[in-house]
Write a protein that binds this ligand. Structure first.
Ligand SMILES: [Zn+2]
Length: 343
């Protein structure tokens, strides 16, 4: 197996005291280097997205706003997204590195890939910036694959704990991209979208699949979503490529959310996704980093992911299972299956 890895740490886009800071990637890098796994992967150089790459997804106004605010030294956009003088370049490098990771797999130079990039992207829509996200890296990579690499059908699976609202918006009326978001849903929890009934419009009707899980969902609940919903709907769709928005903030130690996944549970999900790619699209799968704010969980989570991509059985889980019992989601799963005609 050949796995390519790309680091785009976005050091020029960071803010002390903010949960989404450049130290996240420093920790990941340290974990990978100390593990010895770097000798077994191909490290790609980061790449900068062109404005044409961005414009396949984002409005000119949005691109210009990020450029303008960066040129003026940075500032807040909306209530929660900081920028610095280096943000425009960092965001273009995150998106461009996502495209390069996809290219390495589609061209056959790697079997699969991981893009360790920031700032994250899945809350940015075609014309809005929010949730620590400037440009939607995974959407830009998907459009790049479709327009530049000849890929037609792409499945995006988003297991970050937050709803992938930007990605959903971008592909909501599109039947060439199937989008799954498996997230925590609660009246108080960001971004507040991702209800079950949000399933696409026009040609895209049925191609958005939301699993809005209650706080306290854990390994068994997540695995049931993958076995009973993600796997059969992916098989119906028959993607040419699978992209994953990989967020590690559904772990029970994460400070921003209240889910109960363990590292072992995360590894079980990534192993499933890698198996689906093997069965459906010659193993072509690319994981792109989104959230994850407990640094040790992030480090172990990414290390376990790379082991899974290399087809190792190793799973490191020093933190163990969640301290509380997980909630039962079987009633919700029945509703999701009914909506998507699986039951
Ligand atoms: Zn998140």
């Amino acid at each position: 197996m050949t796995t390519s890895i790309i680091f785009a740490a976005g050091e020029q886009h960071t803010q002390a005291g903010h949960p989404e800071h450049a130290g996240r990637m420093g920790t990941v890098r340290q974990f990978l280097e100390e593990s010895g796994i770097m000798e077994r992967v191909t490290v790609l150089e980061p790449a900068m997205a062109t404005e044409e790459d961005l414009a396949r997804v984002h409005s000119a106004d949005q691109i210009n706003l990020v450029r303008w605010v960066s040129e003026r030294g940075g500032g807040m956009i909306g209530g929660d997204t900081y920028t610095t003088r280096g943000t425009f370049d960092a965001a273009k490098i995150a998106a461009g590195s996502a495209c390069r990771a996809v290219e390495s797999v589609v061209s056959g130079s790697a079997d699969n890939a991981v893009a360790l990039i920031r700032p994250p992207g899945h809350h940015a829509s075609a014309s809005s910036i929010e949730g620590f996200c400037l440009f939607n890296n995974i959407a830009i990579a998907a459009r790049y694959a479709q327009t530049q690499l000849g890929i037609e059908r792409i499945a995006i699976v988003d297991f970050d704990v937050h709803h992938g609202n930007g990605t959903q918006d971008i592909f909501y009326a599109d039947n060439s991209v199937q989008f799954f978001s498996i997230h925590m849903f609660s009246h108080y929890f960001y971004p507040g979208s991702g209800r079950l009934q949000e399933d696409g419009v026009k040609q895209g009707a049925g191609y958005t699949i939301n699993a809005p899980l209650p706080p306290g969902t854990g390994d068994r609940g997540y695995q049931a979503v993958f076995d009973e919903i993600v796997e059969p709907l992916l098989a119906q769709f028959q993607p040419d490529l699978i992209l994953v928005s990989a967020g590690y903030d559904a772990h029970w130690r994460d400070p921003l959310a209240q889910m109960q996944l363990s590292l072992r549970g995360y590894a079980a999900l990534t192993q499933r996704l890698i198996r689906y790619a093997g069965e459906l699209c010659a193993g072509k799968i690319i994981f792109l980093l989104e959230g994850g704010y407990d640094l040790d969980v992030l480090g172990y989570g990414v290390l376990n992911l790379i082991h899974a991509l290399l087809k190792d059985d190793d799973v490191l889980d020093p933190f163990g299972a969640a301290p509380q019992n997980e909630v039962d989601v079987s009633g919700l799963l029945i509703k999701v299956k009914q909506l998507h005609l699986l039951a």
